[in-house]
Design a protein around this ligand. Structure first.
Ligand code: CDP
Ligand code: CDP
Length: 217
């Protein structure tokens, strides 16, 4: 039995959706590392709408970010406040890649993530899990899909949640976040050499889950 599963890939590839189901099926803990960077971005915006680098560094300095697995999914708290919904707003999404590019933000988050995975039995998703956070993971997946398909998925999701979104704007935001995440100096988004590439463009959620479970046997 493989006890540590790492899933990386660009925005909207389906990482959190499938990671959550795989974790449930295996009785593992699901760790959404993107939610942690979103938590830092949320706190920064609480303190300054400009979100300059020094504002981000101030926000992360004494931050207490926690993830809790509940029946209704992962709850995220920042300094004791539940921000599960607030970290998904377009404002947070707009600055999160800039927040996540800073070395001291990454250092702090990676330390927490490694501690959370220390006892095994985890499915962790993000951008640098297989390459940097958990290089010894038993299973590494690089989950991707065409940018068109990823934008379509995110568009449907945002509409369902009641956000007024423009498809082309969303596609542009996703492409620009992928570019920032792939081109940053520290732990950029890339497929680990020993990761299995899964293109979900024309796969259902169940098909992706089945493939990951098979690789985890
Ligand atoms: O769910 P979505 O794909 O929109 O993004 P997310 O997983 O919530 O991650 C938000 C952002 O956090 C990403 O665009 C990255 O900039 C950053 N991130 C990161 O740098 N490293 C990770 N391990 C996870 C997320
Ligand atoms: O975590 P990441 O940003 O990679 O993606 P997500 O937040 O899981 O969003 C993916 C969206 O696409 C969700 O609304 C899923 O229902 C949908 N979807 C999927 O995840 N996988 C497929 N194979 C097909 C659709």
């Amino acid at each position: 039995m493989k006890r540590v599963i790492a899933i990386d890939g660009p925005a909207g590839a389906g990482k959190s959706t499938v990671a959550k189901i795989v974790a449930e099926k295996l009785g593992y803990t699901y760790i959404d590392t993107g939610a942690m960077y979103r938590g830092v971005a949320w706190k920064t915006l609480q303190q300054s709408q400009e979100a300059r680098d020094e504002d981000i560094l101030r926000a992360v300095q004494d931050i207490d970010v926690r993830l809790a697995c509940t029946e209704s999914g992962t709850r995220v708290t920042v300094d004791g406040t539940d921000v599960t919904r607030e970290i998904r707003t377009p404002e947070v999404t707009h600055i999160v890649s800039r927040v996540a590019a800073l070395g001291s933000v990454r250092e702090k988050m990676v330390e927490l993530q490694r501690a959370m995975a220390a006892d095994g039995a985890v499915v962790m998703d993000g951008r640098d899990i297989g390459t940097n956070v958990l290089p010894n993971a038993d299973v590494k997946i690089f989950l991707t899909a065409s940018v068109e398909e990823r934008a379509r998925r995110r568009y449907d999701e945002m509409k369902e949640k009641g956000y007024a979104v423009d498809f082309d704007e969303l596609k542009h935001e996703i492409a620009s976040r992928d570019k920032q995440d792939s081109e940053r100096a520290i732990s950029p988004l890339r497929q680990a050499e020993d990761a299995v590439l899964l293109d979900s463009t024309s796969l259902t959620i169940d098909e992706v889950v089945a493939r990951i479970l098979k690789l985890s046997e």
